[in-house]
Design a protein around this ligand. Sequence first.
Ligand SMILES: C[S@@+](CC[C@H](N)C(=O)[O-])C[C@H]1O[C@@H](n2cnc3c(N)ncnc32)[C@H](O)[C@@H]1O
Length: 309
Amino acid sequence: MPSFMHKSVLVGEVLAALGPRPGGRYVDGTLGGGGHAAAILAASSPTGWLYGCDRDGAAVEAAQGRLAEFAGRCELRQASFAGLADWVPADSCDGVLLDLGVSSFQLDRAERGFSFQQDGPLDMRMDTRQRDNAADLVNRAGAEELSRLFWELGGERQARRLARAIVDRRRERPFETTGSLAALIEEAAPRRGARTHPATKVFQALRMAVNDEPGALPRGLDAALMVLKSGGRLAVVTFNSLEDRLVKNFGRMQARDYTFTGAQDVPELRQPRVPTLKVLMRNAVRPGAAELADNPRSRSAQLRVMEKI
Ligand SMILES: C[S@@+](CC[C@H](N)C(=O)[O-])C[C@H]1O[C@@H](n2cnc3c(N)ncnc32)[C@H](O)[C@@H]1O
C-alpha cells in the first residue's frame, strides 16, 4: 500500500484562523492524512487536545500513524463530521476545521474509484461500509436524475447529452469501471484543447452524490456551531463553488440579528434575534503563488472563517 500522500492546503492560514494554543480543544472533522491535525497539535503543545474524524477508514488509519507522536492528546474516529455533536461535548471547543472534498490519497488509489485518470472499479465511496457506490448510481438512476446531478453538483454544461449517452450505453453493458465511464464521456462530449479532462465535472458530481456531500455539509456546519464555545473559530476549506456558497450563506444567516419566515426577506416581517456567528472576513482566502506552484491541486481551495458569538 502506498504511503498516504496528501499535501495539506492553506496550513498557515488555517493556523492563523484557529490560533491553536496550549490547553485549547480543537476538532478536525476531515482528518485525511492528518496534516492539518498534526499542525494544530504541534501549535497547541504541550496540552492542546484534538477530536478528529474522517468518513474514510483508511484516512483515519493514516492519521493515527501521522499523529502517533501526539498520542494521549487526541481522540480519532471513523465518522462523518455531520455527527460531530454526538460525541464532541457541546460548547467545548476553541476551533473546528473542515477541509472538504477528497484527499490526493483517495484520488491516487485506482481501486477507490475516484479518478478518471486511472482505471479502477466505479466506486467513489469515502466510507466503504456504505452500501451504494458510483456504479449503482450510474447504472440505476434515470437520465433526468443523472442530468440534474451533473448540472447541479458538477456545473456540467453538457449534462443532458452525457446523461442520455450513459443511459443508452448501459443498456448494452452496465458500467463497472472508471475507465469505461471516462471513455464514454470523452466520446460523447469531446473537448479538444480544453485544460481539464472532459470527465472532470461528471466525476465530481458523482462523488458528491455518492457521499451525499451537499447533505453532510449543512449538518456539519450546524454541528460545528454546537460544539464550539463562545469565541471559538470555525474554518472551512472548500474546493467548488457549490460548497463555498453553502458556507458563505451559512455564515450570513447565522450572523444576522433577525430571522424571517417565508421565501422573501421582507423588512417589516423580520423577527429580531441574537446572532450566533461573526463572519471574520468578507472574502474567502485563496492559496498564494508559492503554494499554487508547489501544489497545483490547491488551485480551487478557498478558506472562510467565522467566530461563534
Ligand atoms: C481534503 S481531504 C483532508 C486532508 C487533511 N486536512 C490533511 O491535512 O491531510 C478531505 C477528507 O475529508 C473526508 N471527508 C469528506 N466528507 C466527510 C464527512 N462528511 N465527514 C468526515 N470526513 C469527510 C474525506 O474522506 C477526505 O479524507
